[in-house]
Design a protein around this ligand. Sequence first.
Ligand SMILES: Cc1cc2nc3c(=O)[nH]c(=O)nc-3n(C[C@H](O)[C@H](O)[C@H](O)COP(=O)(O)OP(=O)(O)OC[C@H]3O[C@@H](n4cnc5c(N)ncnc54)[C@H](O)[C@@H]3O)c2cc1C
Length: 595
Amino acid sequence: MSTYAAPLQDMQFVIKELVGLADITAMPACAEVTSDMVDAVLGEAGKFAAQVLDPLNRSGDQQGARLVDGKVTPPQGFKEAYKQFIAAGWNSVSGPTEFGGQALPRVVAMPVQEMWNSANLAFCLCPMLTAGVFEALAQRGTPEQQKRYVPRLISGEWSGTMNLTEPQAGSDLSAVRTRAIPQGDHYLIHGTKIFITWGEHDMSQNIVHLVLARTPGAPEDVKGISLFVVPKFLVNPDGSLGERNDIKCVSIEHKLGIRASPTCVLAYGDGKGAVGYLVGQENRGIEYMFIMMNYARLGVGIEGVALAERAYQHAREYAKTRVQGRAIGQKGGDRVTIIHHPDVKRMLLTMKAQVEAMRAIAYLASAALDKSRHHPDDKERRRNQALFDFLIPIVKGWCTEQSIEVASTGVQIHGGMGFVEETGAAQYLRDARITAIYEGTTGIQAADLVGRKIGFEKGTTAFAVIEEMRSLDAELARSRNPDVAAQRENLKRAVDSVAVATQWVVDTFPKDPNAVAAVSVPFLKLWGAVAGGWLMARAALIADSKLGTGDSDFCRAKIATARFYAEHILPQAAGLSSEVVNGASSVLALSEAQF
Ligand SMILES: Cc1cc2nc3c(=O)[nH]c(=O)nc-3n(C[C@H](O)[C@H](O)[C@H](O)COP(=O)(O)OP(=O)(O)OC[C@H]3O[C@@H](n4cnc5c(N)ncnc54)[C@H](O)[C@@H]3O)c2cc1C
């Protein structure tokens, strides 16, 4: 069993050199953040992840959460770890300072989140959802709601959940049926929510549920959905906890992965009605929930990066210890560890290259989010908001799909021992599987990318990114390092492929959105693969410029990994582009009845 070690050097490289921490700290709102501070935060978070969270990952998976008499108990050690987590201030990393948070930029908060997710995804879901709730309330709650809930959510005394899903309303939230009946200064909520992560537990003193529901006479579609804050325990005017609200955990799910995190069916208002308070205005619930969903989508993309990193570390350790066979051409002598076999090296490098590319895209999106909020220049804020919006479905969709592939390769490296549970490799694959489903499936992310993010704006942001990718060509052409220069042709071809496919989406979307929808997932994967290759090539150029000045071993490995990516992963772009441009009609060829 491997022990998690935070990949601090790669994280620091991506934050400082590739994404540009200096641009972030140059913004007055982030002026207090220094490079040393970032190192200190990452170092401490890495220790917490390795020493407190990682050791609970396997036992948490084996024990799972338990529901007895309506009470949910997390696996052994989780409650204590949560206490330590909030006592150390980790819950408040990204919260606004006016409510007691540390307001670290996203580009620092996301690597921290990556570490926790690598160490223990099931645990980390609780603070991740809590952060989404305090974000939404800090932005859209009334001053009274903010005062009442946000500081205690930020401190972690209370945790938060997101209640969208109902049996008939999954991807399609317009089907939400939960009702909210006005009752003086509050509403009474009645309905059933399913799949609610950390919907009930005893780690925090109170649970603050954000719930989508309909008020009487509201329009039938998404425009008739409102957002309510519904606490597990009602809160007295002095802030103390009052009576238990009418919310019951009816059951918890038996799942493929993330077994330590309780996934609850919650019954609201089986008795007199659950007391809820309107957030913002009636019928604008989906709009508000999107604040939380965008945050959560970035967070789930990071989960993908994290699980892939963890699976890679696990497979690397196994490959260095498992003895099997002799090296090619070796006659006699000791048998070798499997890392000596070229095909195992190829698998490990595939994992490593994919993880680094995923991390680069996810952190780039985090930096864009920081700039969209804090840049002093309005034009830059808007440009970065558009970039963030564009990248979100790619980060969420591509990083999570990749994490499944990476974790599956990790199982393959373990051979038969990967398929049995003892080695732990299978858990990463099982845990990774959900990331491409919740917070909007890959299909839903792809629909967002081709529709709202490209179709409606005729590709403006996408083509701006393509131009930026093309501009790297001249730098690659000037490089004297053959391992860097070798990436040029493949990157050029890949960028051409994504440009052709993007133009096809822009042209086809207005006249035949069905055709575009048929190939939207390959299109999303194409964008992920090419943007990943672009950032890997940029990383190689930076690493090359640092050879001889910093850690040359790290720089050489970065360049070699980027070259591997260019030669083994980027060529997929041509195939994906062809699938997009030529493949829609065959998807649509069979009628529903012919299946
Ligand atoms: C472990 C777990 C934790 C969860 N946590 C939460 C939580 O905390 N809060 C919460 O509210 N929900 C939560 N969910 C629910 C989760 O967000 C939904 O499962 C997810 O959004 C998909 O909805 P669905 O399961 O109803 O699938 P469906 O919507 O029925 O989708 C089934 C398939 O059809 C496809 N599909 C559906 N509609 C479209 C479309 N318009 N275009 C293209 N393809 C489409 C999907 O991509 C998918 O492949 C959780 C789920 C799980 C399993």
